[in-house]
Design a protein around this ligand. Structure first.
Ligand SMILES: Nc1ncnc2c1ncn2[C@@H]1O[C@H](COP(=O)(O)OP(=O)(O)O)[C@@H](O)[C@H]1O
Ligand SMILES: O=C(O)[C@H](O)[C@@H](O)[C@H](O)[C@H](O)COP(=O)(O)O
Length: 177
């Protein structure tokens, strides 16, 4: 394992994971990685049709992501990843030397608005219902995952995330100045 740390930025589709993860990667001089890039073409087609991927497709996707984190990632990796299933969140948190999570949650109506407004993305807005149904709430042992509000501006989410990372010893004060 060559990576110092992975920051998993999680939440159902259109909660703002990619937006926050890109901003955070820039702020901490890390690498932004989008879990969307690890989907098969067949999985993308399913999501384009407005469905969430099935368990088998999700398991293959998680294996590819886990392999990447274990063997290819280096430095600080900021991964935008849905994290719907608790056991899989734990698997990816365990795939790095060090990992923390940020979870974007909020009102379904706000998320629906963002999904509908988003044009250039393979996931169809019809996915919202299945994403909400599939999402498994955090379990008590998932204590390195910090929840952020989708309703907050990205800058505010970023400030809270940086503060959390400092309290967890992931960042020094100097690293983000
Ligand atoms: N904090 C925010 N406030 C308002 N709009 C946001 C915020 N974060 C993201 N968005 C917008 O919401 C949409 C979905 O964001 P995106 O980052 O693509 O979500 P995800 O990666 O979770 O699917 C995009 O159009 C994005 O510009
Ligand atoms: O079932 C899942 O685990 C999710 O649907 C996952 O596949 C992801 O959320 C998609 O990649 C959609 O992309 P965005 O989350 O970037 O909208």
């Amino acid at each position: 394992m060559n990576n110092d740390c992975t920051i998993l930025v999680m939440g159902i589709s259109a909660t703002g994971k990619s937006t926050l993860a890109k901003a955070l990667a820039e702020r901490v001089s890390g690498s932004y990685v989008d879990a969307d890039d690890f989907h098969s073409e067949a999985a993308k087609q399913v999501m384009q049709d407005g469905e969430s991927i099935d368990q088998v497709m999700r398991a293959h996707w998680i294996t590819r992501l886990s392999d990447y984190l274990q063997h290819e990632a280096s430095g600080i990796t900021v991964l935008a990843y849905s994290g719907l299933i608790a056991a899989q969140r734990k698997q990816l948190m365990a795939a790095s030397n060090r990992a923390i999570g940020l979870l974007l949650t909020g009102e379904p109506s706000v998320i629906a608005e963002r999904m509908n407004a988003r044009k250039s993305h393979f996931a169809s807005p019809n996915m919202l219902t299945s994403q909400l149904a599939l999402f498994e709430p955090l379990t008590p042992d998932e204590n390195l995952i910090f929840t952020l509000a989708v309703e907050d501006a990205t800058e505010q989410q970023l400030a809270l995330a940086i503060n959390y990372m400092k309290t967890q010893g992931i960042l020094t004060h100097e690293a983000t100045n």
